[in-house]
Design a protein around this ligand. Structure first.
Ligand code: FES
Ligand SMILES: [Fe+2]
Length: 410
């Protein structure tokens, strides 16, 4: 159980908040490259409570600026995307993708424009992702993650906006046992076979009892490693501060792997990324990544084609599917990854803003407790002026693993 004060530290992400300071110490993935087309309309978005506009100039250069013209604050989403930069439609001021004021038709000829401050934020584009630096001063080099530098055909990314705070999707990953309950029927229909339960969740479908106490979680420099052991498999997960979490998707070292990223939009909304990659070969049509996204029309809003889902319609839960025993959760039968995300979003959005001072945690919440502690420790370290943990480390070897087991541990 956390005090209300510490729970707040895990919730607030705006400028000047301790949590916001931690997150502004890292490069943040904010848009899929495909969302910015050269010369097209600027794209409005919000990250860490900051209203921003991203665009790609007609020459192909990416810029991210505050959604406010430096002159008098008009939305830059309304601006014209011209060669060389964005031009505000109100009085025609034009800024380069690097935030330099290039023209201000309302200034006298020859005026010095170099002192005008524009809200510019550095970007880098890698693996089809636009990464943003929202921190103060010059950004550090971008750290290497497991999929950094892979060819395009070895990586696929999808995003969805979630109506919950950034920590809740991570908490649901750290709570690995929920998969055996919430996702039991979804997993049952998947290639990796069912991990469904009977006997109040304590017995596998093959009749072998498993032991919740075999879950391990330990601190690392970059965050936390945690592992789940059951009768059929051993699954290793990795949490990388501040909001990256490596998944095991399928058995075997050479299988597709996944990295979920939970980027705060504001205190109560987040942008969820699923980056699926294969370090060894191009993604295969019958591999987890491509197969789990079959039929998804829009990878930037990858569950939205199923229509609105919110508290008013109980996230689209279909009771008839439950009554017919075709779905445990009432989520419709659709692409595998979409189903899993819909099930997760349904439960975590329904929490509202959780009051973590009023929980009843149990043994299966062991990794969740440590994960929160690691975030709080990182917030405190940055608050003391120390460098953010693993800010520039090479983390290319940090990833998940899913091992099948022949027999349970004795
Ligand atoms: S408000 Fe943008 S140019 Fe005046
Ligand atoms: Fe889940």
């Amino acid at each position: 159980m956390l005090s209300a004060e510490r729970s707040k530290l895990l919730t607030e992400v705006g400028a000047g908040t301790p949590g916001g300071d931690l997150m502004r110490s890292y490069w943040i993935p904010v848009l899929r490259s495909e969302q910015l087309k050269a010369g097209a309309a600027p794209h409005q978005f919000m990250i860490l409570g900051e209203r921003l506009v991203g665009y790609r100039s007609p020459e192909g250069e990416v810029g991210v600026v505050d959604d406010a013209c430096p002159h008098r604050g008009v939305s830059m989403a309304l601006a014209r995307n011209e060669p060389g930069g964005l031009r505000c439609i109100y009085h025609g001021w034009k800024c380069s993708p690097q935030g330099q004021l290039l023209e201000a038709p309302t200034h006298p000829d020859g005026a010095d424009l170099s002192q005008v401050r524009t809200g510019y934020h550095p970007t880098q584009e890698e693996q089809g992702i636009i990464w943003l630096w929202l921190g103060e001063g010059a950004p550090p080099p971008m750290r290497k993650l497991a999929f950094s530098g892979l060819p395009d055909d070895q990586v696929i990314t999808v995003t969805v906006k979630a109506n919950c705070g950034w920590l809740q999707p991570l908490e649901t990953l750290w709570d690995v046992f929920h998969a055996q309950i919430l996702h039991n029927q979804t997993n049952r229909g998947s290639r990796r076979g069912g991990v469904y339960f009977s006997d109040q969740g304590r017995t596998m479908d093959n009749g072998v009892a498993y032991d919740y106490s075999q879950m391990h979680a330990e601190s690392t420099d970059y965050g936390m490693k945690y592992m789940n052991v059951d009768a059929a498999k051993r699954t290793h997960f990795r949490f990388i501060l501040p909001f990256f979490d490596h998944h095991a998707l399928e058995p075997g070292e050479f299988a597709d792997k996944g990295l979920q990223i939970s980027v705060p939009i504001d205190d109560d909304h987040c942008l969820l990324w699923m980056v699926m990659y294969n370090k060894h070969a191009p993604l295969k049509a019958d591999g987890f990544a491509l197969q789990s996204l079959q039929g998804v029309p829009d990878l930037s809003n990858f569950v939205d084609h199923l229509g609105p889902r919110n508290r008013d319609n109980l996230w689209g839960q279909d009771r008839e599917l439950i009554d017919r025993d075709e779905s445990w959760s009432g989520v419709p039968n659709t692409s595998l990854l979409v189903r899993i995300f819909l099930e997760d979003l349904m439960v975590i959005e329904s929490q509202g803003r959780p009051d973590r001072s009023r929980e009843e945690l149990e043994i299966t919440d062991r990794a969740l407790v440590l994960g929160r502690k690691r975030v709080l420790e990182a917030i405190e370290a940055v608050g003391r002026g120390e460098p953010a943990p693993a800010q520039t480390d090479d983390l290319s070897d940090v990833e998940a693993l899913f091992e099948l087991r022949d027999a349970p541990d004795q």
